[in-house]
Design a protein around this ligand. Sequence first.
Ligand code: MG
Length: 363
Amino acid sequence: VPASVVAVELIRIRLPLRKPFRTARGTTTRKDALLVHVVTDDTDGWAEVGAETSPTYAPETLDSARIALRDEFVPRLFSNVPLDGVRGNHAARAALTGAVLDAHLRCEGISLASYLGGTARHVEAGVAVGRHDRLAELLADVSACVAHGYRSIKLKIVPGEDVDIVGAVRAEVGTGIVLQADANGSYDLADADHLAALDAFDLACLEQPLAPDALADHARLAARLRTPIGLDETVTSPRVARDAIEIGACAVVSIKAALVGGLAEARRTHDVCVDAEVGARAGGMLDTGIGRAALVALASLPGFTVTGDLSASSRYYEHDVTVPFELHAGTLAVPTGAGLGVVPLPDMLARVTVAHERWRARD
Ligand code: MG
């Protein structure tokens, strides 16, 4: 497949977010994204780099991914040198291999979901609700999500905004809504007794309570809590997932192609979870429609038993770069068209593009 790639284009885009999104690690007010567009002899393919402008969630950034693509991955692709000779830079590698795969599947007329082994035609939607200055605002946001049809809500928590707000939200939504909490690594093992108070609220997952490299401490914490511990930032390969499960560090694995290095690795991580009978969830990055299409396709695999970060485009964007993903009875439809099943809308792409560069195979 790589031999037929004649050009690679990187397109930096910027979309306004409908409202700021706040986590333990910072506030996002606009979405900067990097799209990878590969052109082959027959067709083209698209992918989104799953990274942010700052290295606050993960070490890679959009700019570091751009440099890795320009200086390492794209030259390797053009000269048929294996991409896995590069260590790290997983978001960059995932995007380039994802775009090449999309082109290949468009050519073959196969949807990404069926290529990956997906079985679901719809996936349960879930929404991540960021931090708010006031509890009343948070409760209003959560209630609006429930009214909109979401049946699964993930709250962002941080020391000082945790047990009380989770309890208040549980009281607000009742027991019929799936609740998860994501700490983005903002606690220490010394907080174990405090975090155990979350056991009262029937969370489906407490995601990444401790630092990404605190593998054994997550196992110690998991032994103290009834709430299932999930790992997200920690999971940078199928092997890490296997080791984490083996030592009892998690009961749920959040899987992101950008963290594990591609959709093939994401599928292998999913298989690790299935073999170990541990729940998997599909992790999102406030993706535009391009990243969201890949995420929804991945989430259609049968092992994704814990609701992922799978919201409608309208949760974040007034106008997405693709045809928007819409909520139907609390679910999103898995795209059935070839490859991702969506492409950037040309007018919209032109409006949001802030920079682009392009390399040809024989430059
Ligand atoms: Mg997370």
